[in-house]
Write a protein that binds this ligand. Structure first.
Ligand SMILES: C[S@@+](CC[C@H](N)C(=O)[O-])C[C@H]1O[C@@H](n2cnc3c(N)ncnc32)[C@H](O)[C@@H]1O
Length: 219
């Protein structure tokens, strides 16, 4: 799905996003994000890709030694982020074309974003370029589960008229995209290896539906 369409959906829900995510994860998102933060390098410039309302950057804390930068294509999400993190820097943009020079960052995180990237491989190349040697990438996302293909098929066929009627075409297509674009932990690990990262830690939550991965730049 084109990043502009994804960003448009998030712009529309920006005001209720934090509340929605808290409810949808029964508040667990906060501990997952804190765990992600604890898996990263302890200092150096930090880029949060698809930062949304800056929840990851807020959790890094005020004492962190290094710049905290968030990038997101949704201007509405960034407006909220700016209010929440006063000592952070924000830019409108996408993970596939990072406007930073080589080796700018020590850490790059993505919380619930990887699935939404239009070009995952291009992003990993950009992350590799902009990370310092031994820099880390950290990802939280929803994993592909056994029924993913069946669910996506039903959403595109049997459930489509109901989905369109309740949510509208744009949101329903976004839901299908969210389901279809999820990857298994093994697939993520393979992609990371292919693009010059070595997976360090993998944590699974909610019976494996959510994964948290950290990997280090190797070459
Ligand atoms: C589910 S939200 C996650 C927000 C935040 N990271 C969090 O954990 O609450 C996904 C975010 O990814 C952003 N996004 C969509 N496509 C993107 C892209 N290609 N590059 C970077 N961010 C993107 C959306 O605008 C949205 O803010």
């Amino acid at each position: 799905m084109k990043y502009k369409s994804v960003a448009e959906v998030f712009s529309q829900i920006s005001k209720s996003y934090d509340r929605f995510l808290h409810l949808a994860t029964v508040g667990r998102i906060h501990s997952w994000q804190r765990e992600l933060v604890s898996m990263m390098n302890p200092s150096g410039n930090w880029l949060d890709v698809g930062t949304g309302t800056a929840e990851v950057l807020v959790k890094i804390g005020k004492d962190y030694k290094g710049l905290k930068v968030g990038i997101d294509p949704s201007f509405q999400m960034l407006k909220i982020a700016e209010r929440k993190c006063k000592d952070c820097f924000f830019l409108q943009g996408i993970g596939e074309a990072l406007p930073f020079k080589e080796k700018s960052f020590s850490n790059i995180t993505l919380s619930l974003v990887f699935r939404h990237l239009e070009d995952k491989i291009k992003f990993l190349e950009e992350a590799h370029r902009t990370l310092q040697d031994k820099g880390k990438i950290g990802i939280i996302d929803v994993a592909r589960f056994k029924g993913t293909f069946v669910l996506a098929f039903l959403m595109k066929t049997l459930l489509k008229p109901i989905g369109f009627a309740i949510f509208g075409k744009e949101k329903w297509e976004f839901f299908i995209h969210s389901v279809e674009e999820s990857y298994s932990v093994q697939e993520i690990d393979n992609m990371l290896q292919l693009k010059g990262f070595k997976t360090e830690k993998i944590k699974k939550k909610l019976l494996g539906l959510i994964y948290i991965i950290s990997a280090t730049k190797t070459a």
